[in-house]
Design a protein around this ligand. Structure first.
Ligand code: PRT
Ligand code: ZN
Length: 294
């Protein structure tokens, strides 16, 4: 096992499918075991451990696995509660699992701003993170730890406010709560326990990270092909989001017009296409990029 890397991902929940898909897009294939807790890496010495998301930072800190994909909200909470010499490193922020940790209060509450929270009871699954973020703003609040259904606490009279994850805000509205202030923006991230890595594992990690960077870059990149008047090439290149050094190809029988191919490293919106058309572009094609190695 000494030269294999273990990656912990969420077994079942919001991050499970996207974490697995991301690793599969990096070329990893797994032999799925029946108990579904441990999947052996087939062509790459990287294995998977499927666990509850809350356990992932601790598994890293204890050296049970070298890598883990978990929300920054959980990683921050566990790190704030761990010993000063315990540390995990955020290796890459990932483009999924986006949410925010917000303070919310009942509709019509007397609490109108963060300063009104001084001395109030806040129900949360993230007491350490909430206290630390509020302390940075000079507010001392008391927290009541909830491991789920935090949103019912104010209605039950258990707390004056909550500090909970929000994405669409539907849960807050359904419980007659209003979002007062965002404390922390979170996404999923890849974390590592780097102190335990020998040279072989370090090399393996570098290979995985290079592939991951390629997958992440490809996900936001598009390959754009269009026809353009030669004298508009400069303007058209400027209009392509994040594009550099386009390839120009002569068009047979169309003097004065060229085919322009470019990789856009940002999202291509309809507004971009309309602006390109106004600048003289025609036959515009936008294609997905599957893999990219910088
Ligand atoms: O069983 P296990 O412990 O592994 O899973 P879990 O139930 O604790 O976690 P899960 O799958 O719900 O969430 C995993 C991670 O997804 C979280 O740690 C966050 O990093 C991230 N995430 C993204 C969210 C949300 N969005 C989210 N909306 N986690 C929770 N929520 C909750 C929110 O608190 C609310 O109660 O989902 C509810 C719906 O949100 P609204 O605002 O859309 O109504
Ligand atoms: Zn959890």
């Amino acid at each position: 096992m000494n030269n294999r890397i273990r990656v912990a991902i969420q077994k079942s929940g919001r991050l499970s499918d996207l974490s697995l898909e991301l690793l599969q897009n990096c070329g990893l294939r797994f032999a799925r075991s029946k108990d579904k807790l441990y999947w052996y890496g087939k062509d790459f010495p990287i294995d998977l451990l499927l666990v509850r998301d809350d356990d992932i930072p601790r598994l890293l800190l204890d050296g049970v696995c070298e890598l883990g994909i978990v929300g920054e909200n959980i990683a921050q909470e566990v790190m704030l509660e761990s010993a000063p010499d315990e540390h995990i490193t955020q290796l890459r922020k990932l483009p999924f699992g986006g949410c925010r940790l917000s303070i919310a209060v009942s509709e019509g509450s007397k609490i109108k701003s963060l300063t009104d929270l001084e001395g109030c009871r806040i129900a949360t699954s993230y007491p350490a993170l909430t206290c630390s973020l509020l302390a940075k703003q000079g507010i001392k609040a008391k927290t009541v730890k909830f491991s789920g259904s935090v949103e019912i606490a104010p209605g039950m009279g258990i707390a004056d406010a909550i500090s909970d994850l929000v994405s669409t805000g539907t849960t807050l509205r359904a419980n007659h709560l209003v979002e007062l202030e965002v404390l922390f923006e979170s996404t999923a991230a890849l974390y590592g326990q780097l102190s335990s890595l020998n040279e072989d594992k370090r090399t393996l990690l570098d290979r995985l990270l290079a592939r991951l960077d390629g997958v992440l870059l490809a996900a936001e990149s598009k390959y754009v092909m269009l026809h353009a008047p030669i004298d508009a090439v400069e303007e058209i290149t400027r209009l392509l989001p994040g594009a550099e050094n386009p390839t120009l190809i002569n068009l047979e029988g169309m003097p004065g017009r060229v085919a322009l191919h470019a990789v856009c490293r940002e999202t291509v919106f309809w507004e971009h296409l309309e602006a390109l058309k106004s600048a003289g572009a025609s036959a515009i094609l936008v294609l997905p990029v599957e893999k990219m190695l910088a």
